[in-house]
Design a protein around this ligand. Structure first.
Ligand SMILES: NC(=O)c1ccc[n+]([C@@H]2O[C@H](COP(=O)([O-])OP(=O)(O)OC[C@H]3O[C@@H](n4cnc5c(N)ncnc54)[C@H](OP(=O)(O)O)[C@@H]3O)[C@@H](O)[C@H]2O)c1
Length: 329
C-alpha cells in the first residue's frame, strides 16, 4: 500500500495537542468519490484552531488539518472529474473532521471538488484559497447590495490577514478606494503594495465613542474582527452603506442599537464560505481567475514546507500572520 507524508495532530493524556510529520497510507483516508494528490495547501485561522485542539472545529484526534487544497485527481468514480484533472477543494468538512490538506493525499466527495478555472495555476489558487474565496464573497455581497466605487471608500479590517489581504487586493483591483485597518505598524508598506490607499491603526475603530450613531465616514466595509470593530463600522457607515461580516478574530458578540439600520438604511451582510453552494463557488472562482484576479498574488504569499507548519499555525493563532501562507509539496 502506497504511503505518504501527513502532518498529524495527536491529543496527549493531559490534553495537549502535538503535531508531527508521519507516514500514512491511502487506507487511512475516508471513503470518497475522488482521490486527489495535493500539490499546495493554504493555511487558515480554522487550521490553527484545529491544530491546537479546538473541539468546535475538530472533534476527534489524531487528525490531519488543512481546509484548503489544490492538486491533481489520481482516482475518481465521477465521469465529470477525470483522472489528471487539476482541481481545488476547500472547506465543507475538509480538514475539520475529514483528513485534510496537510497530508499529500485527500479523499473527498465529488460535490466538494471545483475544477481549476482557466487563468489560475494550482499555486495561485492556494495563495487565494479560502481567504481569497471568502474575501471575494464579501466583495460580491457588497456589489450585489448596490455598492460601487463611486459611493466612497471601504474599510477592510484584519487587513494583513489571509481574508483581509485578499479583500484589499480584490477591492482595489475593482476600483474601490480601500482603507486598510491593521494592528501591525510594520506592515503599512505591504498593505499599500497590495492596493490599500490608506492605512489606519485598528485601535482607532475601537476607541470611537459608544454612541448609537457616529459621523458617517465610509461607504462600506469588509470585517473579519466582529465585536466593537463591527459595531463601529456599522455606526460610521454612510447612508445606504453595506458592511460584510465574515469573521470574529476579536470578538463574536455584537452589542448595539438598530439605529444604523433604521435611520441610515445600513446593511449588515453575513458571509459564509464553508457551506457556500458549489454553483456560487464556481462563479466566484471564475471571477478570481479573470476580472477579479489580484495582480500581486506572489507578493502576498509565503511558501512553506511541512516542517514549518507548527511555526506558521502558531503565528496565525497569535494574530501575527501577514498575507497568505501556502504549504508546497
Ligand atoms: N465566514 C467565513 O466563511 C470565513 C472564512 C475564512 C475565515 N473566516 C474568519 O475570518 C477571520 C480571519 O481569518 P483569516 O484566515 O484571515 O485569519 P488570519 O490570517 O489569522 O488574519 C487575522 C487578522 O486579524 C487581525 N487580528 C488578529 N487579532 C486581532 C484582534 N484581537 N483584534 C483585531 N484584529 C485582530 C490581524 O490583522 P491586523 O494585524 O492587520 O489587524 C490578523 O492578521 C477569522 O475569524 C476566521 O474564522 C471566516
Amino acid at each position: 500500500m502506497k504511503s505518504f507524508e501527513a502532518y498529524v495532530v495527536r491529543e496527549t493524556e493531559d490534553r495537549k495537542y502535538i503535531g508531527s510529520v508521519e507516514k500514512r497510507t491511502l487506507e487511512d483516508l475516508p471513503e470518497g468519490d475522488v482521490l486527489v494528490e495535493v500539490k499546495y495547501a493554504g493555511l487558515n485561522y480554522k487550521d490553527a484552531l484545529s491544530a491546537h485542539g479546538n473541539k468546535g472545529v475538530t472533534r476527534k484526534f489524531p487528525h490531519t488539518p488543512g481546509i484548503d487544497a489544490s492538486g491533481v485527481i489520481v482516482k475518481s468514480s465521477d465521469a465529470n472529474l477525470p483522472e489528471g484533472m487539476e482541481v481545488i477543494v476547500t472547506s465543507y468538512d475538509l480538514g475539520m473532521n475529514t483528513s485534510g490538506a496537510f497530508g499529500q493525499y485527500i479523499s473527498v466527495p465529488s460535490s466538494w471538488v471545483v475544477p481549476l478555472p482557466a487563468g489560475l495555476t494550482l499555486k495561485e489558487s492556494m495563495i487565494l484559497g479560502t481567504g481569497g474565496l471568502t474575501a471575494a464573497l464579501c466583495i460580491d455581497a457588497l456589489l450585489k447590495n448596490g455598492q460601487t466605487p463611486e459611493d466612497g471608500p471601504i474599510v477592510v479590517t484584519g487587513s494583513t490577514g489571509g481574508v483581509g489581504s485578499m479583500a484589499v487586493a480584490i477591492a482595489s483591483k475593482l476600483g474601490f478606494e480601500v482603507i486598510a485597518s491593521t494592528g501591525k505598524t510594520a506592515s503599512h508598506d505591504f498593505l499599500k503594495s497590495i492596493g490599500a490607499s490608506k492605512v489606519m491603526d485598528r485601535a482607532e475603530l475601537k476607541e470611537l465613542p459608544a454612541k448609537p450613531l457616529l459621523k458617517p465616514m465610509w461607504a462600506g466595509a469588509v470585517d473579519t474582527c466582529g465585536g466593537q470593530t463591527l459595531e463601529a463600522l456599522l455606526k460610521t457607515a454612510k447612508y445606504g452603506g453595506s458592511v460584510a461580516c465574515c469573521g470574529l478574530v476579536d470578538d463574536a458578540s455584537l452589542n448595539m442599537t438598530v439605529f444604523p439600520f433604521i435611520l441610515r438604511g445600513v446593511s449588515l451582510l453575513g458571509v459564509d464560505s464553508a457551506e457556500c453552494p458549489v454553483g456560487h463557488r464556481k462563479e466566484i472562482w471564475k471571477h478570481l481567475a479573470t476580472d477579479w484576479k489580484p495582480g500581486m498574488l506572489e507578493e502576498a504569499a509565503t511558501i512553506i514546507s511541512m516542517e514549518q507548519l507548527p511555526e506558521y499555525l502558531e503565528k496565525i493563532l497569535k494574530g501575527e500572520n501577514v498575507g497568505r501562507a501556502v504549504l508546497a509539496y
